[in-house]
Design a protein around this ligand. Structure first.
Ligand SMILES: C[S@@+](CC[C@H](N)C(=O)[O-])C[C@H]1O[C@@H](n2cnc3c(N)ncnc32)[C@H](O)[C@@H]1O
Length: 220
C-alpha cells in the first residue's frame, strides 16, 4: 500500500472513510476515483494506481543512455547469455524490444509494451531465463515489493538471472510524482530478499543517479 496517500486520507478525514468524496480526492491527489469504496485502504490503493498511471503514461521520460550499468550495456550483456526467454518488467517504452533476443516487455501504463498489464496480473505460459526489473519494482511499501519480487522468482527458471535497477527512495522532481511512494531500497534489504527466496547475489554496484544495480541468480 502507498503509505503517503493513506496517511493523507487519514489526516483529511479523521480516519473516517465515509468522509471521502470524489471532490476531496480530486482536490488532494488530482485524480478521479469514484467514492464507493468501503475503507481507506481501498481508497489508497485506487488512488495510488491512478497516480502511477498518470505519471508514467504522461509525465515520466526515459533516458536509457544515462545509466552506467543498467541501460544500453545490458543489450550485449544479456544477449551473450543466449537467452531463450527474457521478460522486461515495467519496460516503459520497450526500448530493448528487437535488441535483446526473445524479449517480452510488460508495463501497465505504456502502450509500447507487448503486454499492457501489471506484474501481479501477468500470467505467462512459460518461465524466463532472464528477468529485467529496471526501476519498476519500486513503488509502495515493503510488502508490495516482496510480493513483486516473489512473483518474479516464480516466473524464473532454476539458474535464471534477475537484473535490477532500484531507487533508494529518492523522490522524482516532477510535481506529478508527488504522491508516488518510492520504496527506499538498500543493500541489507537486497541481501535479505536473497535469503528469503534462495537467490545468490552475483553483483551489487552503485549505478548513476544514486540508483543501485544488482543481479540475482535463482539457486536450484
Ligand atoms: C522508472 S520507469 C522505468 C522504465 C524502464 N524500465 C527504464 O528503465 O527506462 C518504471 C516503469 O515501471 C512501470 N510500472 C509501474 N508499476 C508497475 C507494475 N505494477 N508492473 C509493471 N510495471 C510497472 C511504469 O509504468 C514505468 O514504465
Amino acid at each position: 500500500m502507498n503509505r503517503k496517500i493513506f496517511a493523507e486520507l487519514v489526516t483529511k478525514t479523521g480516519n473516517d472513510a465515509s468522509k471521502v468524496t470524489q471532490q476531496l480526492i480530486k482536490e488532494t491527489f488530482d485524480v478521479d476515483v469514484d467514492s464507493k469504496h468501503l475503507n481507506l485502504v481501498d481508497y489508497a490503493n485506487n488512488i495510488d494506481g491512478k497516480c502511477l498511471h498518470k505519471y508514467f503514461q504522461y509525465h515520466w521520460e526515459a533516458d536509457m543512455k544515462k545509466w552506467k550499468y543498467s541501460g544500453l550495456q545490458l543489450i550485449d550483456q544479456v544477449n551473450d547469455l543466449n537467452p531463450r526467454a527474457v521478460l522486461d518488467v515495467g519496460c516503459g517504452a520497450n526500448e530493448f524490444k528487437g535488441k535483446i533476443h526473445n524479449l517480452i516487455g510488460l508495463d501497465p501504463y505504456n502502450h509500447h509494451a507487448d503486454f499492457q498489464i501489471g506484474l501481479m496480473e501477468y500470467r505467462p505460459m512459460q518461465k524466463f531465463d532472464i528477468i529485467l526489473a529496471l526501476g519498476s519494482i519500486n513503488f509502495g511499501g515493503q510488502n508490495k515489493i516482496i510480493a513483486e519480487v516473489s512473483k518474479c522468482v516464480n516466473m524464473l527458471e532454476d539458474d535464471g538471472i534477475m537484473i535490477f535497477r532500484v531507487n533508494p527512495g529518492v523522490q522524482h522532481d516532477k510535481p506529478e510524482a508527488k504522491w508516488i511512494e518510492f520504496f527506499a531500497w538498500n543493500v541489507p534489504f537486497i541481501i535479505e530478499l536473497a535469503e528469503m527466496f534462495n537467490l545468490k547475489v552475483l553483483d551489487i554496484k552503485d549505478d548513476s543517479n544514486k540508483r543501485k544495480y544488482f543481479v540475482y541468480r535463482k539457486v536450484k
